[in-house]
Design a protein around this ligand. Structure first.
Ligand SMILES: [Zn+2]
Ligand SMILES: [Zn+2]
Ligand SMILES: [Zn+2]
Length: 276
């Protein structure tokens, strides 16, 4: 499988809109991998995860093959992960030619938000959107992948999911946004013993302290990694990635990299591609 990260930040981006804290000042000056847009990832060029406001930037500047994508998983409805105006323009009038239907999958609040926004914008009849509600811990086949949503420890009113995705040979866990995994998620993992070849963990809180609710920091990610290995759900060949960052985590890409490498993690950056 191939995973490409197009955006790697939390809601406010890095450097953050309107902010001149040390991390934002450093990131602006250093540039390169320190500059992060809102999180979006693509599997094998055909299964997209999330639709942030920076989708346009990823399409125009980072080569996101948006015109070829027919399946989109939504983690939850926070606006850095689901930006309805980006979907509303996928219809006749905005697009100058015929386009195939797009299939969008997520929890009920995400699906409701998309439906409401399409209706309010008056475009519901002008495009072809198939919206699918996913149930937690129930696997579904999507375009050759087996996708299993796990409940996330995040804003519960959004019914957030992290995703276990397998192509039949390789398997990955996309863990954003979430704090330390819920007991019921660990119970599912312990019972079903998935073996992951790649695990992408939420590191929004970086090297700052974290209660482990809503988001994780580096220490929380190390604990999750150890537990997955202890359970036999990962091993020394598993690729572990820290991803989804905020200036609240008090660390730039450059400063996090040596800390992460010492603990056996890659650090995501906009445009990073991993084959596993
Ligand atoms: Zn987020
Ligand atoms: Zn800042
Ligand atoms: Zn969120």
């Amino acid at each position: 499988m191939k995973l490409k990260y197009y955006g790697t930040a939390a809601a406010e981006g890095v450097p953050a809109l309107y902010c001149s804290c040390d991390v934002c000042k450093y990131s602006t000056k250093a540039g390169g991998k320190n500059i992060r847009t809102r999180s979006q990832a693509l599997i094998d060029d055909r299964l997209l995860i999330d639709m942030p406001p920076d989708t346009l930037y990823h399409f125009q500047h980072l080569g996101l093959p948006l015109n070829d994508i027919e399946h989109v998983l939504i983690t939850h409805k926070h606006p850095d992960h689901l930006h309805p105006p980006t979907l509303n323009v996928r219809c006749k009038g905005f697009v100058m030619h015929e386009i195939p239907p797009i299939n969008i999958y997520g929890s009920m609040p995400s699906i409701d938000l998309i439906f409401d926004e399409l209706r309010k914008s008056g475009v519901l009849e002008r495009g072809h959107w198939n919206l699918f509600e996913l149930a937690p811990y129930k696997s579904i086949e999507i375009n050759g992948y087996t996708v299993t949503p796990y409940k996330a420890n995040h804003a519960f009113e959004t019914y957030p999911y992290i995703y276990d995705i397998s192509d039949g040979e390789k398997r990955m866990l996309y863990g954003h946004d979430t704090g330390t995994f819920l007991n019921e998620t660990w119970e599912y993992i312990e019972k079903n013993k998935p073996h992951f070849n790649l695990v992408s963990l939420d590191c929004t809180m970086g090297i700052a302290s974290s209660s482990g609710h809503h988001h994780m920091n580096v220490d929380n990610c190390i604990q999750a990694k150890m537990r997955l290995i202890e359970l036999g759900c990962a091993d020394s060949s598993t690729v572990f990635v820290l991803h989804h960052f905020s200036h609240n985590g008090n660390v730039s890409y450059d400063d996090l990299l040596p800390i992460a490498e010492k603990e056996g993690f890659l650090v995501s950056y906009d445009g990073m591609e991993i084959e596993f």
